[in-house]
Design a binder for this molecule. Structure first.
Ligand code: PGA
Length: 259
């Protein structure tokens, strides 16, 4: 059984007070004990305030980005050690906005992935095709290449230890209101698991969680989570609204026993 990971990627949204307010609304509604894993991923600047607001709640802290060097003259960057020091567990790498807006290459993503897992944090490696790539039947090729590059330096030991999560996020579904159908998502998730099995072996591949992301919301969470290879959701827009995010967590709690 893989425990669902429901993670809210807040991106460059919410001020400090709004972040704290959202956390208090979420924590008030989380079942205790919680059968699914929950994470919130605020801007770096609010990680500490969010951590304080979380208190002892069973919600993991995440970070949206990191730099791969350990320390030094890298103006504006943040290291894995700094995030670890703040109590962060999950770190995103390869998010499509980093790839397409900030120009991060497969190679940079691979270096970040390596730094995250060797630094003892958990990697959420994001992969996904654009609409044009999907329409020209290149989904498998693109996702395969992103996985190869992103995991090039992620050793089997790191994958086995539970420090690796993959997020399949079709670029055409991010922030657009278009969601992959459960069947479309499942097809790519199954491909990703096959690739993971080739690299890390069948047992490890079966233990790695593969999240779906792209306009996930309360109303479509249950049908997405009902797919055998969808092990959680990475949520942008809907994670900024307490009621939506809580609704998604509730859908995951209901679906967990059969997963
Ligand atoms: P969205 O974003 O839920 O707003 O589509 C998902 C993501 O980018 O992780």
């Amino acid at each position: 059984m893989r425990k669902f990971l429901i993670a809210g990627n807040w991106k460059m949204n919410l001020d400090r007070a709004e972040s704290v307010d959202l956390v208090s609304k979420i924590t008030a509604k989380i079942p205790s004990p919680c059968p699914v894993e929950i994470s919130v991923i605020p801007t770096f600047l609010h990680i500490e305030a969010v951590k304080d607001a979380l208190g002892a709640a069973a919600v993991q802290l995440g970070a949206q980005n990191v730099y791969f060097e350990k320390k030094g003259a890298f103006t504006g960057e943040v290291s894995v050690a700094m995030l670890r020091d703040m109590g962060v567990k999950y770190v995103l790498a390869g998010h499509s906005e980093r790839r397409h807006i900030l120009g991060e290459t497969d190679e940079i993503t691979g270096k970040k992935a390596q730094a995250i897992v060797t630094g003892g944090l958990s990697l959420i490696l994001c992969v996904g095709e654009t609409l044009e790539q999907r329409q020209s039947f290149k989904t498998v090729e693109v996702v395969g290449r992103q996985l190869d590059a992103g995991l090039a330096h992620v050793a089997a030991a790191n994958a086995e230890s539970g420090h690796l999560v993959i997020a399949y996020e079709p670029v055409w579904a991010i922030g657009t209101g278009l969601t992959a159908t459960p069947a479309q998502a499942q097809e790519v998730h199954a491909f990703i698991r096959t690739k993971l099995a080739e690299k890390y072996g069948q047992d490890t591949a079966q233990s790695i969680r593969i999240q779906y992301g792209g306009s996930a919301k309360k109303s479509n969470a249950a049908e997405l989570l009902a797919q055998v290879d969808i092990d959680g959701l990475l949520i942008g827009g809907a994670s900024l609204m307490a009621e939506e995010f809580i609704g998604i967590v509730q859908a995951a709690v209901a679906a967990q026993p059969g997963h």
